[in-house]
Design a protein around this ligand. Structure first.
Ligand SMILES: NC(=O)c1ccc[n+]([C@@H]2O[C@H](COP(=O)([O-])OP(=O)(O)OC[C@H]3O[C@@H](n4cnc5c(N)ncnc54)[C@H](O)[C@@H]3O)[C@@H](O)[C@H]2O)c1
Length: 258
């Protein structure tokens, strides 16, 4: 029996891509899932799935955070929070100031402030249920030992948001350990989602990537394996062309940056 059977899980950004696959995978494994997204179509996407309750909410908005937690608590005590919602945008370093500051808000308000707000709201309920898991969706860019040559131009704000996420993952894992709450990052390479397809003209992958891009279901299965594994305070990577698995636990000084 899966470790998530009958557990209550929140998944942010679940209308498409990796978040959608995570919500479906957790539900298939027996969890009761609260899946939310800023896109209203999340309601019809999961309309026929009795294990997935949906909500339209924007994780970057303070007023939307408690309603997400309240909706999850209607399913039972809270056990799992998946911080998946993320924003990507090309951010040229020579763009106009006004554009740069707008891009900062767009990316950081979801990728960082949204994670901060939803996690802070969830933690007291994870504590009350005797412990649980938080998993932050990051990127392989933050694992430089195995990702030499990444961080291409125009990715500065997105990558800054994900590097900063390392700080949350690491500090929260230590702070929450006495409360039996595990905190990890999942750091994948190119995964076949609307976000990734949006990087290429007409959504067409270039040769090479087309053959190797990872399916979201592989990441969702890796997340399930990470929940079953029980470790905390680690960034777990997934690389195109390699088996998507949970590696041996990293040495303490390499747990967050590879
Ligand atoms: N696809 C990849 O190759 C890849 C690689 C590394 C990391 N990631 C990370 O994985 C996560 C999922 O990415 P994806 O590729 O599935 O992206 P995606 O853009 O296809 O899906 C993201 C979902 O999040 C939702 N969302 C965005 N902002 C939100 C907000 N403020 N509140 C609620 N929902 C919001 C979107 O509406 C969308 O449904 C992101 O954190 C992303 O940074 C993706």
């Amino acid at each position: 029996m899966s470790i998530v059977k009958n557990k209550v899980a929140i998944v942010s950004g679940a209308a498409q891509g990796i978040g959608r696959s995570i919500a479906e995978t957790l539900a298939e494994a027996g969890a009761k899932v609260l899946a939310f997204d800023v896109q209203p179509q999340i309601e019809e996407i999961f309309a026929d799935n009795a294990s997935i309750t949906t909500l339209v909410a924007d994780v970057s908005q303070r007023a939307d955070v408690e309603p997400v937690i309240d909706a999850a608590l209607k399913l039972g005590d809270l056990d799992i929070l998946i911080n998946n919602a993320g924003r990507w945008k090309q951010t040229p370093v020579d763009s106009p100031w006004e554009q740069a500051l707008e891009d900062w808000d767009t990316i950081m308000d979801t990728n960082l402030k949204g994670v901060l707000m939803l996690s802070r709201a969830a933690v007291p309920h994870l504590q009350a249920s005797g412990g649980g898991d938080i998993i932050n969706l990051s990127t392989y860019y933050v694992l430089p030992a195995k990702s030499a040559g990444t961080n291409p131009p125009g990715t500065d704000l997105y990558n800054a948001s994900k590097w900063a996420l390392n700080g949350f993952t690491d500090a929260w894992a230590k702070y929450l350990q006495p409360h039996n709450i595990r905190v990890n990052g999942l750091c994948m390479g190119a995964t076949d989602t609307p976000m990734l397809r949006g990087l290429f003209p007409n959504g067409e992958y270039p040769p090479g990537l087309k053959e190797t891009v990872m399916p979201p279901s592989a990441i969702a299965q890796q997340l399930l394996a990470l929940l079953e594994d029980g470790r905390s305070g680690e960034n777990v990577g997934a690389w195109v062309g390699e088996p998507v698995v949970i590696p041996e636990p990293a040495a303490a000084h390499k747990r967050i940056t590879g």
